[in-house]
Ligand binder design. Structure first.
Ligand code: F6R
Ligand code: MG
Ligand code: MG
Length: 375
């Protein structure tokens, strides 16, 4: 029956209230457009949802990744949602649409994109994760745990089909280059890079013993790096397939039981715990956060989406939520001090340089005593 492509495309086109949620009218518009696209056979199936102030479009189709028709459709959908956002004076209407017009692909134009073209298996469970108030590097830690850590994923030891390991493609967002790590052999080399999630992000994961079948894909856009200044948050999305030789659904969810620290809380300038939450609770409030992640589980059937199941809303993540709130208390007590606040280099993409500029003239050179030259 040919391949199926899963495209998860997201954008913040206006917040309700502030940056905390999306207005129901935006979601209705997304749903209306998606059902039109299914009726016209552009899409096989689709689902619209939100995480915080971001709208997530989950679409299935037969056109492959980077298909112009799909990206154009997503772009136009965000444009029509922006019009509603403008009419309602929603906050930051159209904020993620950085380009003036569509030009072939939404990548690099603001919206976040995670796509993969797959041979649908007899049963195809997959999960779309969406996060708010954090940067794309937020997926590095969970992806490492899911595909490389046998303490997280028992299948890496026990399941002969998973035992061969996975290959991870890492992108360098500053130098615009990529590298592929074959794991487990390259684990230590992989960690040299992905421990710096502000720059190095895991873009794809492949299963090595299955002709490099894609098993995970993430969005990697960093708006500030595209625009050269602070223009909002990157709030990433990712798609992960599960079961039958891949990590089980529970192994894919497991890393989120440990709310790791991510960059992106308040003004994109603070570190905070990534709190797993139910779809209905993905509405950042305290200090515009704490950062949140939702997990939408789907079963695919001939390209049709059966779901979502609200996986991170489950009671088994209640303790992680509580722990995240405790960590949030602790991090908040740091106030404007690093590492509560992001390091200086990261602040260069915020409004901080404008404040520092005013003080330029007040800085005076210090006369250093002559430093003895070592013999
Ligand atoms: C947006 C975000 C928020 C804003 C903050 C200030 O995703 O994380 O924390 O940065 O609300 O927003 P402005 O500068 O638009 O008033
Ligand atoms: Mg916003
Ligand atoms: Mg957001």
């Amino acid at each position: 029956m040919g391949t199926i492509t899963i495209s998860a495309i997201k954008a913040d086109v206006g917040g309700w209230v502030g940056h905390s949620d999306i207005h129901p009218d935006l979601l209705s518009e997304a749903k209306r457009r998606l059902s039109e696209a299914v009726e016209s056979d552009l899409l096989i199936d689709a689902h619209a949802d939100s995480c915080g102030d971001d709208v997530n479009l989950v679409m299935t189709h037969r056109l492959g990744v980077d298909a112009e028709a799909i990206h154009h459709f997503a772009w136009d959908s965000f444009v029509s949602m922006t019009e509603i956002a403008k009419r309602l004076h929603l906050y930051g209407a159209g904020q993620d649409l950085l380009a003036d017009a569509f030009s072939g692909n939404v990548r690099g134009a603001g919206p976040g994109v995670a796509e993969m073209e797959i041979e649908e298996r007899t049963s195809e469970p997959f999960i779309v994760f969406a996060a708010d108030k954090c940067a794309p590097g937020a997926w590095n830690f969970p992806l490492y745990k899911i595909f490389c850590d046998p303490f997280n994923t028992a299948g890496l030891i026990i399941d002969p089909k998973a035992h061969g390991g996975f290959a991870l493609e890492v992108h360098d967002l500053i130098e615009h280059r990529r590298i592929r790590f074959e794991c487990p052999e390259d684990l230590y080399d992989l960690l040299v890079y992905i421990g710096t999630p502000s720059r190095f992000v895991i873009k794809h994961v492949f299963r090595r013993d299955m002709q490099d079948e894609p098993v995970a894909s993430t969005s990697t856009s960093r708006l500030s790096l595209i625009a050269g200044k602070y223009v909002g948050k990157d709030d990433p999305i990712m798609v992960v397939r599960a079961q039958s030789g891949l990590p089980a659904v529970g192994e894919v969810l497991e890393p989120f039981a440990n709310p790791h620290l991510v960059a992106g809380w308040m003004r994109g300038s603070h570190n905070g715990p990534l709190m797993p939450c139910a779809l209905g609770d993905s509405t950042p409030a305290r200090f515009d956060g704490p950062p949140r992640v939702v997990g939408m589980g789907f079963q695919l059937a001939d390209g049709k989406l059966h779901g979502p199941r609200d996986l991170l809303g489950d009671v088994s993540f209640d303790r992680a939520r509580r722990q995240a709130l405790e960590l949030a208390d602790y991090m908040r007590r740091m106030g404007p001090f690093e590492p509560g606040r992001l390091p200086m280099e990261e602040m260069e993409y915020t409004t901080m340089p404008a404040v520092a500029e005013r003080l330029d003239e007040r800085w005076e050179p210090i006369e250093e005593p002559a430093t003895p030259v070592p013999a």
